[in-house]
Design a protein around this ligand. Structure first.
Ligand SMILES: NC(=O)c1ccc[n+]([C@@H]2O[C@H](COP(=O)([O-])OP(=O)(O)OC[C@H]3O[C@@H](n4cnc5c(N)ncnc54)[C@H](OP(=O)(O)O)[C@@H]3O)[C@@H](O)[C@H]2O)c1
Length: 333
């Protein structure tokens, strides 16, 4: 009998997640039923949104129920199949949960080609985070050649792709990241024009120097003080895709709103939230473009793969909220 080791939500965290908020359980792995296939998971994706998925209250998806398997993107190989489109040995990625074995009918799951990129990349730059960057920048940010695009969390899974796509479409790309090592990586390895270090104490000055013509698109991943610093630098009719607000995900008190709202009025800015699932019908388009740019060497991607098995899930997840990751954070099972 095959054993499935999995992570169940035990309680709703207050602040950063704690190991006690989850339980690690061994159960018999379910066999694939009619029209189903079973995946042996090798990599689990750690995504900032996981903190929101386990919080109570209204969101864009229902919260993970107490006692349920933790929701998460994952990648692995099919080990049983009664599904016409999936055969044993196929590599797949999708919303399969934080567990060793998942049974699926194929929803929110797609076949991937590990000869084109390592398996873990299909839950990173070639998966959900890459799709988010693609639609958030191009559909919501609507950058035009010659414009300046600023992105926060620039060395991370989404931000790194946003800046590189901005370059591909002819923009000036400026990142914001925490620390000199990440900033150097963003410029020297990802090819951004500049990167400002928000931990260096001079974010406003560094950004002004990096954006001599102001900011046309600010791709928001962080919120809080960083948003307040960028707002006054926005140009007339600038766009702010609000993709994430990670600085507040573990907050235990209501957070203050932006202080520089006046910039939205006087510059006639558009600020629009986006959730990648809004673009579900158009994933083939994003996957094709991301795959093409990756194959051409125009999109560089970095995964931060952590060992420690499924037991390490809560500790590894917390790395995202302190900048402890460097690239797309993934847990190897
Ligand atoms: N809307 C959607 O559909 C969607 C989908 C995917 C992701 N997202 C959002 O996109 C954002 C980035 O996600 P990701 O998966 O690409 O993660 P990531 O950037 O790979 O990792 C998170 C990064 O956020 C930065 N960070 C954490 N706390 C911060 C703080 N208090 N102030 C400033 N920066 C902080 C850290 O970078 P530094 O070391 O540089 O500080 C950290 O490495 C998140 O807000 C996430 O929720 C949204």
């Amino acid at each position: 009998m095959t054993t499935n080791r999995l992570v169940r939500l035990r309680s709703r965290p207050v602040g950063m997640v704690r190991r006690d908020d989850f339980e690690i359980v061994d159960e018999p792995a379910r066999d694939a039923g009619e029209g189903e296939f079973r995946v042996r998971i090798e990599y689990v994706s750690l995504d900032p949104a996981m903190r929101g998925w386990i919080a109570a209250g209204k969101s864009y998806v229902p919260p993970v129920e107490i006692g349920a398997v933790m929701r998460g993107f994952a990648a692995g190989h099919v080990d049983q199949s009664n599904h016409p489109d999936y055969k044993v040995g196929d590599a797949v990625a999708g919303l399969l949960g934080v567990q060793h074995y998942a049974v699926s009918k194929g929803e929110r799951c797609f076949k991937v080609d590990p000869t084109k990129a390592p398996l873990e990349r299909w839950i990173g730059g070639l998966g959900m985070p890459g799709q988010t960057a693609y639609f958030g920048l191009l559909e919501v940010g609507k950058p035009k050649p010659g414009e300046t695009v600023v992105v926060s969390a620039a060395s991370g899974a989404v931000g790194s792709i946003v800046g590189q796509i901005a370059k591909i479409v002819g923009c000036r790309a400026v990142g914001i990241a925490g620390g000199p090592e990440k900033c150097r990586y963003v410029v020297e390895e990802l090819g951004f024009d500049a990167c400002a270090d928000y931990k260096g104490g001079n974010l406003a000055e560094e950004l002004k120097a990096a954006c001599p013509d102001g900011v046309d698109v600010y791709y928001e991943n962080v919120g809080g003080e960083i948003l307040d610093t960028v707002l006054p630098m926005m140009n007339l009719f600038g766009r702010i895709p609000v993709c994430g607000l990670i600085s507040a995900y573990n907050a235990t008190e209501p957070q203050p709103g932006p202080k520089n709202l006046r910039s939205i009025l006087v510059n006639r800015l558009t600020m629009r939230g986006l959730i990648v699932f809004d673009f579900q019908d158009r994933m083939a388009e994003a996957n094709e473009k991301l795959g093409q740019w990756h194959a051409e060497g125009r999109l560089r991607m970095r995964e931060d793969v952590r060992e420690g098995g499924i037991e390490a899930f809560p500790d590894v997840l917390n790395l995202l909220y302190t900048g402890g990751n460097f690239g797309k954070l993934v847990l190897k099972l």
